[in-house]
Design a protein around this ligand. Structure first.
Ligand code: ADP
Ligand code: ADP
Length: 233
């Protein structure tokens, strides 16, 4: 089952009236339950591509089909709706609110979605259980370690049951031991049926993924799937 289909995706930024091409024709299918690492040198277009995948930005050319919906031509308000229902984001900087507990931080997207308080707390606890942090639900972020904070951020990304989990350098601010913990969480989530796409520039982090897509200068340079990993799809 194809969740993401990119057909000849292009993105240019405009400096005055001059177009600067950043993505030059990216075509890619991502299936349900894949675990993909996006790599490439700085400036190759990874963040730009993640912003398009996450419906934060629209391509300037080509087609993006997400869960059978053509999102490439959507207006901003439609795109925001798709983003809130289909996409879970994990960022390098964790973006948690320090005064709120772990459970309250995880529940934030549900407030925006208009979910009632009781259901919010139930679903927040479920998401915290998925990342092995249920026992820390009442702690505020300043009482948590870096790895625990990133797990809260992952739980928050999961709480809407998104079709896809996107993470931009999720271990970028973590030491190597904590990075491994976080990658193991993504691995567990993939085993539980989630689809994961993450950006990293570290080879040993990318090694946790089942497929590595390398960008260079706005194009896919290589796209390699480990033969054993995808046998079940
Ligand atoms: P990466 O994440 O691989 O480092 P980016 O997608 O951040 O690459 O950037 C790719 C290229 O696009 C870079 O040359 C960057 O300077 C340029 N770029 C990114 N965002 C913008 C923007 N909003 N306006 C103009 N240029 C941009
Ligand atoms: P990363 O560390 O993920 O590669 P960058 O530091 O390249 O990210 O970019 C951070 C943010 O700044 C991104 O949202 C990107 O779109 C934007 N950006 C990058 N380069 C430019 C640029 N030349 N002009 C405007 N915005 C840019």
């Amino acid at each position: 089952q194809v969740i993401i289909r990119l057909e000849n995706i292009q993105k240019s930024y405009f400096m005055g009236n001059q177009a600067i091409p950043v993505l030059k024709g990216i075509s890619l299918d991502i299936h349900k339950n894949e675990y993909v690492a996006l790599m490439g040198p700085s400036g190759s277009g990874k963040s730009t591509l993640m912003n398009i995948l996450g419906c934060l930005d629209s391509p300037t050319g080509g087609k993006y089909i997400l869960n059978d919906k053509d999102v490439s031509k959507m207006a901003d308000d439609e795109l925001a709706e798709v983003r809130n229902s289909e996409i879970g984001f994990v960022f390098q900087q964790f973006n948690l609110l320090p005064r709120l507990s772990a459970a309250e931080n995880v529940a934030l997207p549900l407030i925006y979605a208009g979910v009632g308080k009781k259901e919010r707390m139930e679903r927040s606890m479920e998401a915290l259980e998925k990342v092995g942090l249920a026992e820390r639900s009442h702690h505020k972020s300043n009482e948590l370690s870096g790895g625990q904070i990133q797990r809260v951020a992952i739980a928050r990304a999961l709480v809407n049951n998104p079709s896809i989990l996107l993470a931009d350098e999720p271990t970028g601010n973590l030491d190597s031991k904590t990075s491994v913990e976080v990658m193991e969480i993504f691995g567990k989530l993939q085993q539980a049926g989630n689809t994961v796409v993450l950006v990293t520039h570290e080879e040993d982090i990318a090694a946790y993924a089942h497929r590595v897509v390398r960008l260079r200068d706005g194009l896919v340079e290589t796209d390699k799937t480990k033969s054993t990993a995808m046998a079940h799809i």
